[in-house]
Design a protein around this ligand. Structure first.
Ligand code: AMP
Length: 381
């Protein structure tokens, strides 16, 4: 199949206004594209870099249609856009990845159901829609387990650990929705992810395996390459390939996985877009995950995912601001540390404000440097 190319000079549309759209817009503008963004806010991280920022609700279907009419292709950086909005956009321009991918990945039950049916490795799970179903699920899956809202969850929001069957009642009461998933708790060795892309022509390219540390369910530090055996690396990339092909993704998708203590991989969740764990590709790879998203959705050949140097990324959350403005010069003092800030005005605790990437001779050294640079940011250590 020869795909029609959307060439530099064309306008690409991004649904969503956060940092993922911002870094996508930087990559797109560097390659000579124009960028329009639509989100419910003004002066967004994406809007600050885009050519045009449109403020509208995602469920304002007329606004979404008008937005899509003004661009050659629509992508998104916020995956909880409704199926109706994705369809409205698709009446006017190609939406990549398609709304069907969003539909599958924005609900944990649909996502895990797809993965299990297709034979991908996932921990035992069960659908929970009532307290009685939760009790049955706890009996079937055992404890410890994790109860998660099925929809609209991210960064650990809407999750409760059930350590003993007696915890079930309180966990159900604490839930704010009536559709949830109970998953077996995975006693993992480490968390890893694979960010991969698939082109309009079916071409596939993956960045190598990334090792992720979370704090309070939020990604804290990513290191590349992940310290995993080559067979784990190969298996993780093949899982990603199978998923992108199975979902017919055109664009970028991240597969978050647990590496168990026995060396097997279990998929935690999918994100049909560039991912926080792939931010280090901006500075450390031949092609960043954002440029790869652009190439994929525009029908261009995918770029090399080669890692130029071992790297580590540390997130900068709003908590860093609690004693005043961070000492940016201190972090920049290390010549191999790159500072990324997302242009957000209000540094709320837990809010992703930016990140640091360090490049070094080996991943452990990169990690040491990035953590030291982040520590140096605090004005009163
Ligand atoms: P999620 O929002 O599902 O990505 O969960 C956020 C984090 O919670 C994950 O990155 C893990 O650190 C932890 N977590 C989620 N589900 C499980 C599980 N089934 N077993 C162990 N840890 C989990």
């Amino acid at each position: 199949m020869t795909a029609r190319i959307i060439p530099p000079g064309a306008t690409v549309g991004v649904l969503g206004g956060g940092q993922l759209g911002r870094m996508f817009a930087i990559a797109a503008r560097r390659m000579g594209y124009r960028v329009h963004t639509l989100s419910p806010d003004d002066d967004t991280p994406t809007g600050q870099v885009a050519d045009r920022e449109i403020r509208a609700a995602y469920d304002d279907l007329d606004a979404v249609r008008a937005f899509a009419r003004g661009v050659s292709v629509v992508t998104f950086e916020f995956e909880n856009v409704s199926a109706a909005a994705a369809e409205a956009a698709a009446e006017q321009a190609p939406v990549r990845p398609a709304g069907t991918v969003l539909h599958t990945t924005q609900n944990r039950l649909r996502e895990k159901g797809f993965l299990r049916r297709a034979g991908f490795p996932v921990a035992p799970f069960a659908a929970v829609r009532s307290r009685a179903e939760l009790e049955q699920a706890v009996a079937a899956i055992g404890t410890p387990a994790v109860l998660k809202t099925a929809g609209w969850g991210y960064d650990g929001k809407g999750q409760a650990k059930i350590s003993t069957p007696e915890d079930a009642a309180a966990a159900w009461e604490a839930l704010t929705t009536d559709e949830a998933i109970l998953e077996a708790f995975v006693d993992f060795e480490r968390e890893v992810s694979v960010v991969a892309a698939r082109g309009v022509d079916g071409a596939f390219a993956a960045f190598g395996v990334l090792a992720n540390d979370h704090t309070n369910h939020i990604l804290d530090v990513t290191v590349a390459p992940a310290p995993v055996p080559p067979e784990v690396e190969r298996a993780a990339v093949e899982i990603a390939r199978g998923i992108l092909e199975g979902l017919e993704v055109v664009g970028v998708l991240c597969v978050e996985m647990f590496l168990t203590r026995s060396g097997s991989l279990l998929i935690n969740e999918l994100a049909p877009r560039p991912h926080n764990s792939g931010h280090l590709t901006f500075d450390a790879c031949v092609t960043s995950q954002f440029e790869q998203q652009l190439r994929a959705i525009c029908g261009l050949p995918l770029g090399s995912t080669e890692l130029l140097r071992p790297a580590a990324m540390a997130n900068l959350l709003g908590d860093l601001w609690q004693d005043g403005e961070p000492d940016w010069a201190a972090a920049c003092r290390h010549p191999a540390v790159k500072l990324h800030l997302y242009g957000k005005a209000a540094p709320r605790p837990g809010r992703k404000m930016g990140h640091l990437t360090a490049l070094a001779a080996d991943p452990a050294e990169a990690r040491r440097i990035v953590l030291a640079a982040r520590k140096a940011l605090s004005p009163h250590p």
